[in-house]
Design a protein around this ligand. Sequence first.
Ligand code: PAF
Length: 281
Amino acid sequence: MVLLKTKKELSEYLNTLGENEKLGLVPTMGALHQGHMSLVSKAISENEYVIVSVFVNPTQFNNQEDLEKYPKTLKADMTLLSSISGQTAVFVPSVKEIYEKSAVPNTYDFDGLDTVMEGEFRDDHFNGVGTIVELLLRIVKPDNAYFGEKDFQQLQIIRKMVQLQNISTTIVGCPIVREKSGLAMSSRNERLPKKIRKKAAIIYKVLLSAKTKFGMKSAVFVREWVQQEFKKHTDFKLEYFEIAAIDTLTPILEKQKNVKYRAFIAVYANEVRLIDNIALN
Ligand code: PAF
């Protein structure tokens, strides 16, 4: 597998690729798990060449401690990536290589997609995500770029960013990969004590029940029900549960006909913050 550390190495590598062959990009922050690997597999199945970027992006962290604690497991990531076939290269730039003089995020007008849910609790996070994804798309110029639906809000914001910035890459959303228990795969799951990790299956169970209830009851009812449910599970603290239209991401109180909705949840298990979401209709 090819390891690329600088923009120069990347550009030399890109120059060796065939003109009419498709290039896929899978942006990651490393600490790879089967969720990431599902993105890589999809990228390999749809492109002749795939670049996986591993870059812990400082501009999307609003908490310095979180940034410092973010797991860095490049050796294990490389081993996992080499187990998968396909013409895959890994781009692992330094912060200086990417941001040159100053790691400051751009400011985008995401039309309110960034102020709700994750945006409400993580200041400037989505400007940081938009900035790094824009930079990567401009350097790599892939035909397709792959993102997981676990971060559904992020996915919609990236779609908005490429539209705003006139970037021609197709943004491909990929389904959430779950552990056997139903817990959505995340690098953060590793930080959960074994007992809590098992109990965290409750998050997906609640989402599934919310989906069933949403077919029969109002959005307000479902929201109340979820809040009551988490009061029974004292190992977990519900940060938010919202039902929102997939296009605007604005949380709703009343459902409308012919609108696609998703339920979004953020829960603390000890000090580990877990998010998940589910399509409701
Ligand atoms: O989802 C992630 O891992 C990151 O937010 C991303 C898209 C790689 C940008 O740093």
